[in-house]
Every structure is written in C-alpha cells, then in structure tokens.
Design a protein around this ligand. Structure first.
Ligand code: AKG
Ligand code: FE2
Length: 360
C-alpha cells in the first residue's frame, strides 16, 4: 500500500479551498484577561461565526502546543499496537461506549460504504455506582485505559484542559446569546462529553460518497473542539457549499453542534462536516462538549417563537446522542437486535439536524 498514489476523487467529494472561502480565525486571548470588554469583543466574534457558518478556528486558546502533541503521540502509540491488543479494549465490551472502535464498526451500511477510521473513545469520568452507569446504555460511567505507561495521565490531562476551554467558550457564547451562563451550565454535572482519538487508515481506495474518512454529519452536542494533524476535513458553509478546513498551526477547529442550534432556536447553525478519504494516515481529536444525559434541550426562553418550538421539540441530550450512536456503531445495533439495548426513544434513520449540500 502506498500513500503517494494519485487519488481518484469523485466530484461530490471536492470542496472549495481556503483561498476561495472565508474561514474565521478567532483570537481567544480576550477571554483570559479578566476584562469584561475583552470578553465581550471575543464573544461577539464567536457569535458572528456561530450565526453564519457555525464553524471557526480558534487561536491563543491557552492550551500548550506540547500538550496537544503529547495527546497526538498517545493516540499514535495506541493505534500502532497490533489488532489483538487493541481488541482487548473493544468498546463492544462496554455498555457506555468506552475504548477501541475498529473501522468496521462504523456506519450502518458497512461494507457497502466504508468510514476509514478507527478510534479510542473516552468521556467525562463518572463513578461506577452512578445510576446511569448501572442502568446501562447512557454513555455515562468510568473510563477504561490501555496499559501503556503514562497514557492515562497524558490523555486525561488533555481531556481536562480541553474541557476547561469548553467551559470558557460556553461562557462566552452565553454572553453572546444574552443568557446567564448558569442557565447552560446547570445541565453539566456528569456530561456525555466524549473525546475521540481518531486515526484515519491508510488505503488506496478512491474517494467517493461511499468510501469516506467520515461521512457527512453534524455533531450532536453543544459544540466540538477539534485538533487535526492533516487535511481531509471539509465543512459546509452558510451557503451549503463544502469548503476545505485544513489544520492551521496553533489553532483548533470549532463547530457548533445540534444542542446550540436548538438552544438558539436555529440562530446558531449546527455545522455539517465530513472527512474525505485522502487515503493517508491522519489523526484527529474531537472533544464533543455535551450535557448530562437527562438534560432537556429546547430553545431557550428568549428564542421560543412558535416556529422555533415547532422545529425543535424538547429532546433529552443523551437520548439524542444514543439514537445517533445506535446507527453509528455496529455493536450497539447488534445489542439492539438481540434485545439487550431497548431504546425508550425513537431511532430515526437520519439526524433531523442534517442539511444537504448544494450540487457540486
Ligand atoms: O477528523 C476530523 O477532522 C473530524 C471528525 C469528526 O467530525 C467527528 O468525529 O465527529
Ligand atoms: Fe464531527
């Protein structure tokens, strides 16, 4: 297998390049000065981006480059292990989605369509007597860890740093929406905020609608803070056109998710995005900043117009995550088929937050 082959990329997998499209880069340093005017300025920029494309880069975010590199290195150290080692930590051994997700678990139509990625998944640490852990299938509970020396410390330290950054962003976005931060943070005690350590697998298949790095989707939580090692990511802009979002040194990519779209009554956009199958090994680390499983999500009071209420009926944050995960991970679909996972919510074929791209 070679990574320097000329790839066949079908037309529907192409995007505008950064030269043709406008990608906001927002300097967050104003969130760390303690000066309310600085914070308001950053919040206004975040709001502008969240209302238009729902997607932006952030720089001066306060997380040291070495810490991000160490987390990438930990991801590579795990993914470089042999398959039998990785399968000892298969997420299918858990009922709260922790550990290793091999690529053939991805998507409900494998092998007709292939998402060429594998992942290590962890989330907010919750105790083993947490009622939602005992209940099962609620994405809540203790993490598991591979027995690689220092790995847990590196990855959990990274998680904590990005989680804290998420709280800062949440606070700024609350200001921008004109609501008390507490109105949002009251839903966060043991959140289902997952960190994925993704590796996209080298392959010489073409890039088509069926063969992708990750299929087009929106994220299900408040927003996502994403570090990437290489090109491949595309995001849908405000005109529903795909644009390439390559890594920019020192920056994270942030996209608004389904929860913020709902809270804002549709004013903030939950960004559709995908990773094209460029066939090269690629690493990425999204942290999906979410809420407690049982948090009820609906338009915030000030955005509760009749249209918004009709479009965004109340949903449980965790049910939304689970109904999407049941379709996304084969072991969950299997558990459901065997009657071990019995959803007490509807499982639609498609995410109601999906938007289609304009024809290329
Ligand atoms: O790898 C990336 O750049 C994006 C990953 C992603 O969209 C996801 O895991 O939800
Ligand atoms: Fe995503």
């Amino acid at each position: 297998m070679s990574s320097d082959i000329t790839k066949t990329i079908s037309d529907d997998q192409r995007g505008l390049t950064v030269d043709d499209a406008n990608l906001p880069v927002i300097d967050l340093s104003g969130l760390f000065t303690g000066n309310p005017e600085d914070k308001a300025r950053v919040a206004a920029e975040l709001g502008e981006a969240a209302r238009t494309s729902g997607f932006f880069y952030i720089t001066k975010h306060g997380i040291p480059e070495e810490q991000i590199e160490a987390a990438f290195a930990a991801s590579k150290a795990f993914h470089d292990k042999a398959r039998p080692y990785k399968m000892k930590y298969w997420s299918g051994f858990t009922t709260h989605h922790r550990g290793y997700v091999p690529f053939e678990e991805n998507g409900k139509s494998f092998p007709k369509s292939i998402n060429f990625n594998e992942a290590w998944d962890m989330s907010y640490e919750a105790p083993e007597d947490h009622p939602d852990y005992l209940h099962k299938w609620r994405m809540t509970g203790p993490n598991i860890w591979p027995d690689i020396p220092g790995w847990k410390e590196t990855v959990s330290g990274y998680y904590d740093a990005v989680f804290d950054l998420g709280l800062k962003l949440l606070d700024a976005l609350a200001l921008e929406l004109g609501v008390e931060t507490e109105e949002l943070t009251r839903h966060i005690t043991y959140p289902t905020s997952q960190l994925r350590l993704l590796r996209y697998i080298e392959n010489d298949m073409p890039a088509t609608k069926e063969v992708v790095g990750i299929d087009a989707h929106s994220d299900f939580e408040c927003f996502t803070i994403l570090a990437t090692s290489a090109p491949g990511l595309q995001v849908m802009n405000a005109d529903d056109v795909w644009i390439e979002a390559p890594p920019i040194p020192g920056c994270y990519v942030v996209n608004i998710g389904d929860i913020f779209e709902t809270w804002s009554g549709g004013m903030f956009k939950s960004t559709q995005h995908r990773v094209v199958n460029l066939g090269k090994e690629r690493y990425s680390m999204p942290l999906f900043f979410g809420l407690d499983y049982h948090a009820i999500v609906e338009p915030l009071e000030k955005f509760r117009t009749p249209e918004a209420e009709a479009k965004y009926p109340p949903m449980k944050a965790g049910d939304h995550l689970m109904r999407m995960s049941v379709n996304a991970f084969r072991y969950m679909a299997d558990a459901r088929a065997k009657g071990e996972l019995v959803p007490d919510f509807d499982v639609p074929d498609e995410n109601p937050f999906k938007r289609e791209a304009k024809a290329p």
